[in-house]
Design a protein around this ligand. Structure first.
Ligand code: SF4
Length: 319
């Protein structure tokens, strides 16, 4: 008999692992997809899939999530997280893959009531409706307190062996993880940068100056951030950060010559005013009291002197 095949949205969190395991226990072939974007590190998904022994895939989700950051139809959560539309976009994508690759249904580790905005009963229904995945989407962890799905009605899964989890607590999930003998139990939190208040603040600034792009969103994970004139400046905080910024290949790079100092990057307008300002900010993080030389990755050389720290802080965007 042909085995039933299910494809899950998989961040690498405990709920996704348990949802997968519940299906595997029914003899269903399970594979997992982690959506890659500037805001989400897929490593956790790989670790969790390896721990479960299931086949793991990544799908580039950058263009979908970036589009949602401009004007999400269902709005933002507490920070820059458009969770409802983001879930819907992921499920749409999973549905496409499932049709192409011969999966019988898609699933997620969502639990009714777990997140006040994006995982209450109304939001789960909205996600299902706007993604048009009601025919193919299963939420194994809360299935028994939700309406039966066509997947259950068709007998592809046994509803009686699905779960009835409800609410924010993790006690039941941790108990199940112990019973299953999981050697890897992910910590709660999700790991999406869009739910982080400091990072969201940076992203808002990027959006306000018209610089919201996938590459720039990745860049602002690093360095101290400054709002220049219609541009954004980044200044490395450590040798490791300077190194990551150096290899990012985005924006105009500025480096202090002859003495130790941070790397600077300008995203956006490369005007003389902005270069002078960022150079001065960079010098303020060195011991230099005299003028120093700064070179750019475009072969230019500048003379720079430090800005007073109180003046510098007026341009600072805190993380
Ligand atoms: S937490 Fe981030 S990745 Fe998850 S649904 Fe919300 S916006 Fe999307």
């Amino acid at each position: 008999m042909k085995s039933v095949r299910a494809l899950g949205a998989f961040s690498g969190g405990l709920d996704g692992m348990l949802a997968s395991r519940v299906l595997i226990d029914q003899g269903i072939h399970v594979e997992a997809v982690t959506f890659d974007s500037p805001f989400f590190d897929v490593q956790a998904g790989e670790t969790a899939a390896t721990a479960l022994g299931i086949k793991w895939h990544t799908v580039d989700f950058t263009s979908e999530i970036m589009a949602l950051l401009f004007d999400p139809p269902s709005g933002f959560g507490k920070n820059m997280n458009p969770c409802i539309d983001c879930h819907a976009a992921m499920f749409r994508k999973l549905k496409e893959i499932a049709a192409r690759e011969g999966f019988d249904f898609i699933f997620s580790g969502e639990v009714v009531g777990q997140r006040p905005m994006s995982q209450n009963r109304g939001s789960l229904n909205r996600v299902k409706n706007i993604s048009r995945t009601g025919d193919i989407l299963l939420r194994p962890l809360s299935a028994r307190i939700l309406d039966p799905t066509p997947i259950e009605e068709a007998g592809l899964v046994d509803r009686e062996r699905l779960l009835d989890l409800n609410g924010r607590g993790r006690t039941k999930q941790l108990e199940m993880a112990r019973e299953y003998g999981f050697s890897h139990i992910p910590s709660p939190g999700g790991g999406c940068l869009l739910t982080d208040p400091g990072y969201s603040n940076r992203l808002r600034v990027l959006k306000e100056v018209g610089l919201l792009s996938g590459d720039n969103a990745r860049m602002i994970r690093f360095g101290r951030m400054f709002l220049l004139n219609g541009a954004v400046g980044l200044v490395g905080r450590s040798a490791a950060e300077n190194d990551k910024m150096l290899h990012a290949d985005t924006g105009i790079q500025l480096a202090i010559r002859d003495i130790p100092g941070p790397l600077g990057i300008i995203l956006g307008k490369k005007t003389e005013k902005n270069i002078t300002l960022l150079n001065a900010i960079m010098v303020s993080y060195t011991k230099a009291q005299e003028q120093v030389t700064v070179i750019s990755n475009q072969g230019e050389t500048f003379t720079a002197e430090r800005i007073d720290s109180a003046e510098r802080d007026k341009y600072s965007i805190m993380l």
